[in-house]
Design a protein around this ligand. Sequence first.
Ligand SMILES: [Cu+2]
Length: 419
Amino acid sequence: MAPAFTLVLALFTLVNVAVGTPLALAQNITAVTKTNIAVASSPSPSLSSPSSSASVQKKVTVLTKLAAAPPPSAVPVQKKVTVATNPAVVVSPSPSPSTSLFKVPAQRKQCEKLVERREWRTLSREEKASYIDAIKCLQSRPAVKPVIKAARSRYDEFQAFHINQADAVHVAGEFLPWHRQYVKNYEAELHKCGYKGGNPYWDWTLDTHSDQTFAKSPIFDPETGFGGDGQLFTYKLPAPVPPAAMRIDPVAFRGCVMDGPFANHTIPLGPGKYIGDHCLTRGIKEEAKEFLNTPMVDYIMTQTNFGDFRIQVEGLPITPGHRVHDGGHYGVGGEMSNFYSSPGDPLFYLHHSNLDRMWWNWQQMKPERLYEITGRSATVPPFKNVTLDYPLIMSTLGPSAVIGDVMDIHSEPNCYTYI
Ligand SMILES: [Cu+2]
């Protein structure tokens, strides 16, 4: 985000926060952003600190943080202000690191064999084809007991559960563990469909060099990838001005993906919480390179505690600008850009594998990080601080777990690794 725009946004935010109205942001900010910032910044007592000076303090905090919005190139400056002024600390304070939160659970059994999760472009042609075939297999198998009845296939059942759980598992301490278990269960389903490897990840930093066109990433290849951009005028949103509750940014829905393995695929759920058959939509954005590049990843990896790390990975609406999680969703656009229905695009699982890989790499930097977990369980009461005992509900998708179960991916029953 350009500094000038950031400053304007900061001032705009201050005005809006002061009068307690939702933000009216520039068009290129997603609907997800609008809604979420409105929630995160609104002076609701449930989100504010209990002190009477909280709202004043919050206004100052938001302004300070937005004005100091960090281009990754300004890492040292940003790093100093993150802890003190990050609005997320006001909205959702991480408890101070106490030993009780970092207790290592009883020794977990280490795996004898690890499934290797690899970057998409390192898979052989056959492995790629086998992965795509397994997705198509899930899209053709009937749902077991989906939380949304309109979900027809087992693939849809995963998307349905994400739509159902999205409000509970984002902008919260369980964001990374929940998605870790969710992708793990998806990987297990792919295995039932004959795929042998680990769920591949998409290392977007490989697509962000200045001489590269993001939309030309091998991930979007029609033959050896997931198909390309949405084609203009091939898709119409269910409502021209979707209600804010759907978190749909109309600009992100360029059109249907007309090439690749999912060109003729029909999605019964979404966008948002709408129900109705539609194509796979995208709206790839070149600007995504700014949020998915190596300086951004390096910056996020310098965070010194889990609370700050999770916030910097997750990005909007907690941070003032895009980060890797929301940046990847925004960069692909269409269904993938939606807070609720994003798993309708199979790229969701490669994107989240890469976020999981980032977390795992961060965990491995220091021994005490393996079981470090903090953060509030939700943005609205009743919430508690997440601990290793906190449940990760998966319903019919596969095994549920507690956070402590998923922290060490090299322990039973996780048994996978990133190479
Ligand atoms: Cu999600």
